[in-house]
Design a protein around this ligand. Sequence first.
Ligand SMILES: Cc1cc2nc3c(=O)[nH]c(=O)nc-3n(C[C@H](O)[C@H](O)[C@H](O)COP(=O)(O)OP(=O)(O)OC[C@H]3O[C@@H](n4cnc5c(N)ncnc54)[C@H](O)[C@@H]3O)c2cc1C
Length: 324
Amino acid sequence: MEIELQLDDGRVRGVVAGLRPYRAGGPRLAVEHLGQKIVAHNYGHGGSGITLCWGSCLEVLNLLGNHLSPGLPVGVLGSGVMGLCSAHLLSQRGHPVTVYSKEFPPNTTSNVAGGLWAPTHLGLEDDELRDRMLRETWNTYLSLDSKRYGISKVPLYETPDRSHPLDPFPDGITPEPSTMARLPISGYVGECLYSETLLIQTPRFLHQLASDIEERGGAFREYEFHHLNQILELPETLFINCLGLGAGRVVEDHAVRPIRGQLVLLEPASESFIIDHSAGYVISRPDMLVLGGTFEEGVEDSEPDPEMCRTILSENRRVLLGKN
Ligand SMILES: Cc1cc2nc3c(=O)[nH]c(=O)nc-3n(C[C@H](O)[C@H](O)[C@H](O)COP(=O)(O)OP(=O)(O)OC[C@H]3O[C@@H](n4cnc5c(N)ncnc54)[C@H](O)[C@@H]3O)c2cc1C
């Protein structure tokens, strides 16, 4: 397949930025008792929340064990990918769920995510846990109706000089990457690695999760947390904390810090694929073509910087099309 990549100014639809909820040491998956209430923490997934969501939520439900007695109402804090996957799994098991959050899709960091299935900026040193969550998430995505949830298997092209090499996938998930004599883009000279991964159309996926939860009787309630003690006022006895970056402040976890990412969004191309190269990446989804991107550690401002976005566009053009 020869890719016709069009990155003209006229195809730009917008720019977007988001703050990855990075946590030094990896996500916090742990159960805590607060008076009569129980909270399971599920936050701090950095640049890998879409890649780990199902696996991470299942780990947390397993940690809760017998506390999750049949039919027990559960409160879920946060409505990003972690909150929605948790509420989805709980409602599937027959638990009445209420999602408490200050923002809902489309206004979450999870909606900003490009949707590449690949672990990156995760910070987790427990390889066994990491691989288990990755496998669980991969298999769950594949079990879903791909059209309804916006999931597809796509070619992944990586140039040897890519700026942020992806962390390795667990053995046996995808075929071993093979070397191609050239990246299949008109005008590009140079070899690349070819393999496959999943592409998740994040807005569609999150929307579908929310409507499944609603269909099963789940409720969504606007609520802002300033401190975890606020759960003492809520009617449920068991909670899952999926506040992402917000968890850092709410539970005073100083290991949580933002890594800002900026993206340029363009008119969609006719094929779906992913290219990871020396000056950024291209995620070609059916709903839009996403150009990345930045990894700005400690930046707390979630507004896109127009100058940086112009650079993302011109760097992608320079490397892939040989022009500015
Ligand atoms: C530019 C960019 C590209 C990315 N690309 C990818 C990718 O391709 N693949 C991938 O796997 N990951 C990617 N990520 C990372 C991914 O987006 C995150 O890991 C993921 O969104 C984290 O999900 P979450 O549910 O924990 O957090 P969020 O989506 O941030 O959800 C947190 C929820 O908690 C709520 N909340 C927060 N604080 C409070 C409070 N005080 N009171 C009440 N509610 C609160 C929020 O409103 C929100 O509903 C990307 C991130 C960025 C920024």
